[in-house]
Write a protein that binds this ligand. Structure first.
Ligand code: DX5
Length: 224
C-alpha cells in the first residue's frame, strides 16, 4: 500500500517581509504542512528563523508547522519551537551526541519527532531510533540554502531506507528536501519518499495552488 503523498513547502523563498500572509497563501494553496528551515549560522552557513518569527505567523493558518532544526544544539531550542507552534521537530543526526535522548525529549514535550540525514551520512546513523520517529528526512542537497541542485544519488538511499523500515515494521514516512521540482519529484517518490519539500520550484509556478497540485500528481503517478 503506497504511503500518502504530502507536499510541504519550505518558506525560504517566501516574502520575508510578509511571512504571515505567505503562510496563509500556502494554506489556501492546499499544502499539507509548512516547513520552517531553522538555521543557526553554525551547523549551516546561513541564519534564519527564531521561534518568535514562527509564533508571529502561527495564527495566519491552521496548517501544521514543522521545524527543520539545522542547528548545532537542538536540545537547547526544541521547547521554544514547540511553544512557537511547531508540532513536528526534525533534528539532524549529525548534531546530537545523544540522539535517542534528544528525540525522547521532543516526544515528552508533546511534539512529534523526526530525524534528518545529510547526503554524506549513512542510514545506519539512525537505524536505532526508528521507533522514536514518525519520519526520516533524507536531504537531497547539502543543507543551508534553497535553490541548489538535486543530488539524484540519494534515491538509492531513500529506496534502501524504505526497505529497511518496511522489513522492520516501522510506520515511518520518508521526507526529501532540496531541489524537488517537476523534473525531480518522480525520481524521489518512485524511490520511496512520500513527504516532499519544495521551495524555489513551488514558488516559481504561476500560482501556488497549481504548483501543489502538479507536484502532488507527479509524485502520486510515480509511486510504486
Ligand atoms: C536546505 C533547505 C532547502 C529548502 C528547499 O537547507 O532546507 O532544501 O528547504 O530548497 P529548494 O529551493 O531546493 O526546494
Amino acid at each position: 500500500m503506497a504511503r500518502t503523498i504530502e507536499i510541504v513547502p519550505s518558506v525560504l523563498p517566501a516574502n520575508f517581509a510578509d511571512l504571515g500572509a505567505e503562510c496563509r497563501r500556502l494554506g489556501e494553496a492546499g499544502v499539507d504542512r509548512i516547513q520552517w528551515d531553522v538555521m543557526d549560522g553554525n551547523f549551516v552557513p546561513n541564519l534564519t528563523f527564531g521561534p518568535d518569527v514562527i509564533a508571529a505567523c502561527r495564527s495566519y493558518t491552521d496548517v501544521r508547522f514543522e521545524a527543520h532544526l539545522m542547528v548545532e544544539d537542538p536540545d537547547l531550542l526544541a521547547k521554544e519551537y514547540i511553544e512557537a507552534g511547531c508540532d513536528l521537530l526534525i533534528v539532524h543526526a549529525e548534531t546530537s551526541t545523544h540522539l535517542h535522548r534528544t528525540l525522547d525529549n521532543i516526544r515528552s514535550l508533546g511534539a512529534h519527532a523526526a530525524v534528518a540525514l545529510n547526503p554524506g551520512t549513512p542510514i545506519e546513523a539512525v537505524e536505532h531510533v526508528f521507533d522514536l520517529v514518525e519520519m526520516v528526512l533524507v536531504m537531497t542537497v547539502n543543507p543551508g540554502f534553497g535553490g541548489q541542485a538535486y543530488i539524484s544519488t540519494m534515491e538509492a538511499k531513500v529506496s534502501r531506507l524504505r526497505s529497511m523500515l518496511d522489513e522492520r515494521g516501522h510506520d515511518v514516512d520518508i521526507e526529501v528536501d532540496g531541489g524537488i521540482s517537476a523534473k525531480t519529484i518522480a525520481g524521489a517518490a518512485g524511490a520511496g519518499a512520500n513527504v516532499l519539500i519544495s521551495g524555489s520550484a513551488l514558488f516559481k509556478y504561476p500560482t501556488l495552488a497549481e504548483g501543489v497540485a502538479d507536484l502532488r500528481s507527479r509524485a502520486e503517478a510515480a509511486q510504486q
